[in-house]
Design a protein around this ligand. Structure first.
Ligand code: PLP
Length: 396
């Protein structure tokens, strides 16, 4: 039989999606599942976005420009300006989700064997994007005991080798909910300039910031122009995960020209989805106010319910809609599968994401899970109750 590639073998399965067959079987067996494993919000997509597609009378669904439609990019640049992020539409390339932006970026700025330093735990697909580009991930390890604070700049500096090309952060963070301050971002920026590295910030959760805190974007750092690349997406901001629209933003012309060549190879981002994303920019502020209010309520409920369970640790998230929970177990992969296959309370169980997939360091995170609080409060309370009862009888 013809063989597949080494890279194909190395490509990790998504830790979030790999339990799906067990969930499907559980459903066939008549169980109801509370999905805490995936960042698919249950929040309604803004009507302006949906209507722009429904009421459109396009008669040829054509390709758009490879960098994305100009109208959308101009309007998007205005949105950033409103957030004190001074960029022009020429600094934006529209992509098929933040995922494609990251894939294009990794291939544009790094060669196989180059290294990217990433604060860990991190969004699991960063490993997949690195594997696809042959790039080595060097983790800057964060700890649940100090709420997954960003490691010191000295720690980052020690990790820099002749092969390091970039530092990647996610702010606010998936899976930790950490939010990095202006000072922290500026320190990392100085480090990137000192060692001539790219500083890449995945800011797809920019709107999801709680407790009166504010977000500081790497595009706001004044002297970082050539070194900064921002990754963004409409997926979470407007609950439009299925639109598959994101973007890559940078003032570095060479990076943009290079990313554009990758963008040209895939022709264009989806046309209907760009129409929806452009219209979504007219979403009234009241939509975000309600959404943020809802997430704060969910976060507070989830954290206070979790804190009632003996023997667990949880870091209170300041942004995004995830948290890492440390459990008195040895292997969360096994625990997550057991919950789906062997456990229920009155026909109900939960699906969680085992956290070791969010670490590149072997054997770390095995006693942790990630919970996405994308369900309403009542469901979250029931889900935590199921977790609590499950831990009482689970044997590693
Ligand atoms: C941190 C982070 N970056 C990127 C993505 C991918 O976003 P998109 O749906 O725009 O591809 C996700 C999706 O969950 C994410 O959590």
């Amino acid at each position: 039989m013809p063989t597949i590639s080494r890279k194909g073998h190395q490509m990790p399965a998504s830790p979030i999606r790999k339990l799906v067959p067990y969930a499907e079987q559980a459903i066939k067996n008549g169980k109801h599942i509370y999905y805490l494993n995936i960042g698919q919000p249950d929040i309604k997509t803004p009507e302006v976005a949906l209507n722009a597609v429904k009421q459109n009378d396009i008669d040829i669904l054509s390709y758009s420009r490879s960098e994305g439609s100009e109208e959308y990019r101009v309007k998007l640049a205005n949105y950033y300006k409103k957030h004190d992020i001074p960029i022009s539409h020429e600094d934006i390339i529209v992509t098929t989700g933040a995922s494609e932006a990251l894939l294009f970026l990794f291939s544009s700025i790094m060669d196989p064997e180059d290294e990217v330093i990433i604060s860990e735990p991190f969004y699991a697909n960063y490993i997949a994007f690195s594997t696809a580009s042959g790039v080595k991930v060097v983790p800057a390890i964060c700890n649940i005991d100090d709420d997954f604070a960003l490691p010191s700049v000295e720690t980052f500096e020690k990790l820099i080798s002749p092969k390091t090309k970039a530092i990647l952060i996610c702010n606010p963070g998936n899976p930790t909910g950490s939010l990095y301050s202006k000072e922290e971002i500026q320190q990392l920026a100085n480090l990137a300039i000192k060692h001539d590295l790219f500083l890449v910030a995945d800011e797809v959760y920019r709107e999801f910031i709680y407790d009166g805190e504010t977000h500081y974007s790497i595009m706001q750092v004044e002297n970082l122009k050539e070194h900064a690349v921002m990754i963004d997406s409409v997926s979470k901001r407007y609950s439009m995960c299925g639109a598959r629209i994101g973007c890559l933003v940078s003032k570095n012309k060479l990076v943009m020209q290079t990313v554009l060549k990758f963008a040209q190879a895939r022709l264009s981002p989806p046309t209907y989805a760009q129409i929806a994303s452009e219209a979504a920019l007219d979403t009234p502020q009241s939509y975000f106010d309600e959404v943020i209010h809802e997430y704060v309520d969910r976060r507070n409920t989830l954290i206070s319910e979790l804190q009632k369970i003996e023997g667990i640790k949880v870091a209170k998230p300041k942004g995004a809609f995830y948290c890492i929970v440390e459990l008195p177990i040895k292997n969360s992969d096994h625990f997550a599968q057991w919950l789906l296959e062997k456990f229920d309370i009155n026909g109900e169980t939960i699906m969680v994401a085992p956290a070791n997939g969010f670490y590149s360091t072997p054997h770390v995170g095995l006693n942790q899970i990630r919970i996405a609080y994308v369900l309403n409060k009542e469901s979250l309370i029931k889900a935590v109750h199921i977790l609590k009862e499950a831990l009482k009888i689970y044997k590693d």
